[in-house]
Design a protein around this ligand. Sequence first.
Ligand code: ADP
Length: 302
Amino acid sequence: MLTGSIRGRWHLVTRIGQGGFGEIYIAHDRQTEQPVAIKFEKKSCQKEALKFEIEVLSQLQSSIFFPNFICSGCSKDFNYLVMDLHGPNLSSVRRHHRKRCFSITTTAKIGIEMILSIKEIHKIGFIHRDIKPSNFVLHRETTIKKLISKKKTKNDNLPTICLLDFGLARRYLDEERNLLQSRGKVGFRGTTRYASLNSHLGIDLSRRDDIWSLLYLLVEFLKGELPWSQIKDRQLIFELKKKFNSVSLVKGLSIQFAKFYEYVQTLKFEDSIDYDYLISLLQKAVKEGKYERDSSMDWDKS
Ligand code: ADP
């Protein structure tokens, strides 16, 4: 556990996250009197993914779906990234929710924002490669106010979620925006529960795989679990993902999710994504559902 302050400005308060290569802290900014989030990475860590993460995040600053970059630097033992502090991640929000799953209205609303955030990262030439609920956090009132004051969004277009963690991101376009060829066989990348079959098979990942992970995430939000939620063994999870097809995985959900599955299944390595089509499926799923008078988010309901 780290203590003290960074550059005499950010006083570390508490640790809120821990990953394979680093830790996330809440800190108090003595200059602005606002809380911030600081991501630390040990300098001894071979890959030094944080430098790359900072490069990607810097390119996403005009979008409302990514954290505001404040500064980066290094101390004797760590590289660090200071950014705006957001709310809880969606894995924790779901697990703490009374029903442990979300309504179709809430799932579709955040699902549409997730598609838009993935579209933004694809637009700048990267794939995320680790789309999962804990990499999406809720906006806080203060980050929303900042977006409005920086004229990034209007009051009637306020985002709910923000996409984090570009440590596993990878370029799929070169500097001239040409598609990079598949590298053939590669190692597993991502998080086992949400990884696409391609990732299990060691096939180089592309835009389609971010969408596969999103589909698994949406099914988990609606059902409260995936057929492989209780399983740790990667091979067994792979077998279950193969077994559960467009009919069985989305059984009991709107037909639009079967269409979502069938669309993703048609995507080849080099294909671009029809984001508008996927958004339209989520919109249809809401319209088809029982009329819900209360359109507020599930976690805001009493
Ligand atoms: P790692 O790459 O080590 O997994 P992440 O960037 O995914 O680190 O962050 C881990 C967790 O820390 C996230 O799931 C989220 O709960 C929390 N977190 C990270 N950045 C922020 C932030 N800017 N605001 C609020 N919480 C954050």
